[in-house]
Design a protein around this ligand. Structure first.
Ligand code: UDP
Length: 232
């Protein structure tokens, strides 16, 4: 089942179900794309037809925002839970069952993250030559490629090279590699439970305030663009 937010479809899955899907994708062996639409991406995709198409056509679309859960309840199509990219990444790599490749962040950051997760390969996210990076990834032949190049850009990069990379699962993880490496702290669980992780990020990274305007815009679009879109 999917839930629609201003024209972006999100799969109504739990973390456990998403991990099951991951298993199926890896077993199938053909390339799959996993995306994590959050309010910022949903707002960004309103004026970005390419991003919208990529998000809607991905093989799995995880609801990465507690505000999405709240809005879905108000709109009468409740999401089961928030499944964030970082929670999915940590769960998928927990028992080191899969061969993974990390792409993104600064060299020392991704190196640290790769050590922590036992990755088979890694590359920083400030490259100019796509092809050189692609051949490095292909050499490793990972089961999963986690790309943290920034929301929107990483999805476009992965979608563009999905077939060429031929990795069973490609997924955009935003700033997760910074958190895994330990250079950035995630909000404590009690703050996450109070639904105020956005406030924590605003205090810790005040320069992000402009990006956080996405939240009220997301609420506005979700309510005003809901009915019209769901009739299509
Ligand atoms: N990043 C990168 N290459 C770039 C720009 C950004 O690897 O050219 C990385 C950056 O180091 C950070 C990540 O992209 O780790 C995600 O940034 P963002 O703040 O967009 O995270 P999100 O809000 O999407 O979680």
């Amino acid at each position: 089942m999917t839930v629609d937010f201003a024209g972006i479809k999100v799969d109504n899955v739990t973390l456990a179900k998403a991990i099951k899907k991951l298993e199926e994708f890896v077993a199938a062996g053909t390339p799959h794309l996993i995306v994590t639409p959050n309010p910022e991406m949903i707002v960004g995709s309103q004026d970005d037809a390419m991003l919208k198409q990529i998000l809607n056509n991905a093989d799995l679309r995880l609801p990465d925002g507690i505000s999405m859960v709240v809005v879905s309840r108000i709109l009468g199509k409740p999401l089961k839970e928030r499944v964030s990219g970082i929670d999915f990444l940590l769960e998928a790599t927990k028992d080191k069952k899969y061969k993974i490749f990390l792409l993104g962040s600064a060299e020392d950051v991704v190196k640290k993250a790769a050590e922590k997760l036992g990755a088979a390969g890694y590359h920083h996210g400030y490259f100019k030559e796509d092809q050189a990076v692609i051949s490095e990834i292909k050499k490793v032949r990972p089961d999963i490629l986690f790309a943290g190049l920034g929301g929107g850009r990483q999805e476009k990069w992965l979608a563009k090279y999905l077939k060429e990379l031929n990795v069973p699962v490609c997924m955009g993880v935003g700033g997760s590699l910074d958190v895994v490496s330990g250079i950035k702290k995630r909000a404590p669980v009690w703050i996450q439970k109070l639904y105020i992780e956005w406030l924590y990020r605003l205090i810790m990274e005040p320069w992000r305030w402009k990006r956080q305007l996405a939240l009220p815009k997301f609420l506005w679009y979700s309510f005003t663009r809901w009915k019209r879109r769901s009739k299509i």
